[in-house]
Design a protein around this ligand. Structure first.
Ligand SMILES: NC(=O)c1ccc[n+]([C@@H]2O[C@H](COP(=O)([O-])OP(=O)(O)OC[C@H]3O[C@@H](n4cnc5c(N)ncnc54)[C@H](O)[C@@H]3O)[C@@H](O)[C@H]2O)c1
Ligand SMILES: O=C(O)CC[C@@H](O)C(=O)O
Length: 479
């Protein structure tokens, strides 16, 4: 394969890139000229930051490959804004509306350099092990519990997410649910849908003056706190760390204190071993009789059979669940006992709102997430920047400019063991290293160095020398 980039005829990189499977793909042609540059395609409609910066003539677009050879698989109906950012780069983008069963996923992932997912696609070690060309994963959502992020890091695969673009949408949904539960709206609505008029006030309440207990006071919990106070509620919260309270909210020292003091309890913690079945029989026993439970975090946080018991016993007067231990792969799939053994018991309860994991599903959130995560993917693929990665140290160097035509950017992802920097500097030391940054996270370290005045043959030598170090996970060369 050969490419022409800005008029420079490229030689096939086959001999030089035989070991480049860790870079992009052994089959790519790589320019032998470090001065080869790339003309960015015209910015997409998204009008994104990335598209805008690409039009600045001084910034040099770093590309070790023909952009159209980058293969991207987007699953789970990722928003058009994200697809636009990626296609505007010239990448090959395949887009599917749902997630894939594991075996199909393994077949597809073998081929791709970038995968974009939401909460359903499980990127386990088994799946990632097969992803020989994979450079980076984009989670177009907040949660990253569906990805084995540690395994990914140890194999040089960066993982990005969108830490807060859907937080407001979740907080607004919860506010709606608090009122809907207090007024038994779900039941009244479905009764009337079936033709039954049932005008009742018994067991229906205003939310003014009631106490909302928030478990997990992060992006969503704190946003919700502000909205709830504006509606006249008192807010208390419990979090694993000490945090500044918004408005007049108060942090309580224990989960038990929160459960005992709340009329409404809502969960906004991540999926972790410590949050697994955080609310179970004992905790339902500590809640006020007639209180309400909301969970829009992760399905594993609530012991659902214990919730069913607490609701049948009248301890809990209503619940709203948006997330479940097992969730269907796509729209139209059944939510039944085959998926979760208690599904039909749950569905039969009174005053329970069951939603299909839509907390973050608004036009605003999905559009913002699409741009944010896609731009992070482009920056990583094209420039190696890891800012915002959830499993790699955050490393970035300023963009190279058109005034620096003979520069190369070396990226060396390696095991964080003693003596590596000395060996790397022995390799780079004879050259003019303009800037260098290195950082580590756990047992993975990331080094980025910009070197000036280098020829194609020197790049090849540098690449091969770094590749031969025993600490090497992935070496990438960008120019
Ligand atoms: N339903 C949806 O569509 C939807 C949308 C977005 C996020 N989520 C879920 O909501 C979760 C929370 O989102 P966020 O953006 O607020 O996260 P965040 O990281 O900003 O906040 C989480 C908070 O939980 C606290 N925490 C962690 N472990 C804890 C423990 N054991 N006990 C008490 N507190 C603990 C943390 O200290 C932090 O303050 C996400 O991890 C995601 O799984 C769901
Ligand atoms: O959109 C999704 O699938 C996940 C939404 C939410 O759970 C998140 O983690 O952001």
């Amino acid at each position: 394969m050969s490419n022409v980039v800005n008029g420079d005829a490229e030689v096939s990189g086959e001999s030089y890139t035989n070991n480049l499977t860790h870079t992009v793909s052994a089959s790519f042609s790589i320019s032998s000229s470090p001065v080869a540059t790339y003309t960015s395609p015209s910015p997409g409609k998204a009008g994104s930051l990335l598209a805008r910066t690409a039009t600045r003539t001084s910034v040099k677009q770093l590309k070790p490959f023909a952009t159209e050879d980058i293969k991207i698989l987007l699953l789970e109906n990722i928003n058009k804004t994200g697809r636009d950012v990626l296609t505007a780069q010239g990448y090959q983008v395949e887009y599917l509306k749902s997630s894939l069963p594991e075996d199909e996923l393994i077949e597809k992932i073998r081929d791709v350099h970038v995968i974009g997912i939401r909460s359903k696609t499980k990127l386990t070690a088994r799946v990632l092990r097969e992803a020989k060309n994979l450079l980076v994963v984009g989670c177009f959502c907040i949660g990253t519990n569906q990805v084995d992020t540690q395994f990914a890091a140890q194999h040089g695969v960066a993982v990005f997410n969108s830490p807060f673009s859907n937080s407001r949408s979740v907080a607004e949904l919860v506010i709606g649910e608090i009122i809907a539960l207090a007024r038994q709206l779900g039941d009244r609505s479905s009764e009337l849908h079936k033709g039954t008029w049932n005008k009742v006030s018994s067991g229906c309440w205003e939310i003014r003056g009631k106490t909302l207990g928030i478990i997990g006071y992060g992006h969503i919990g704190s946003q919700l706190s502000v909205l709830a106070e504006a509606m006249g509620m008192t807010v208390i919260f419990f979090d694993a760390v000490n945090l500044m309270a918004m408005g007049t909210a108060k942090q309580v020292p224990t989960l038990e204190a929160l459960l005992q003091g709340s009329d409404f309890v809502t969960c906004h913690v991540p999926e972790l071993p410590e949050t697994h079945k955080m609310i179970s029989s004992q905790e339902f026993g500590q809640m006020r009789t007639g209180s309400y439970l909301i969970n829009a975090s992760r399905g594993s946080v609530i012991d659902i059979p214990a919730l069913i018991d607490a609701m049948r016993a009248g301890k809990v007067a209503g619940a709203a669940l948006d997330v479940y231990p097992s969730e269907p792969g796509g729209n139209g799939d059944y939510f039944n006992n085959e998926l979760n053994s208690w599904a039909e018991d749950l569905r039969s309860l009174k005053n329970i709102i069951l939603t299909p994991h839509i907390g973050g599903s608004t036009e605003e959130a999905q559009s913002a997430i699409g741009v944010e995560v896609s731009e992070a993917l482009v920056r990583y693929v094209n420039e190696g920047a890891t800012l915002g990665a959830v499993n790699m140290p955050e490393v970035n160097l300023r963009s190279l400019t058109m005034d620096e035509p003979n520069h190369v950017r070396m990226i060396y992802i390696h095991h964080n063991v003693p003596g590596v920097l000395r060996k790397v500097n022995e390799i780079l030391g004879d050259h003019n290293v303009d800037k260098q940054m290195t950082d580590s996270r756990g047992d993975v370290a990331y080094l980025m160095a910009d070197i000036s005045d280098v020829s194609g043959s020197v790049i090849k030598e540098l690449y091969q020398s770094l590749e031969s170090l025993s600490s090497r996970i992935v070496t990438r060369v960008l120019y």
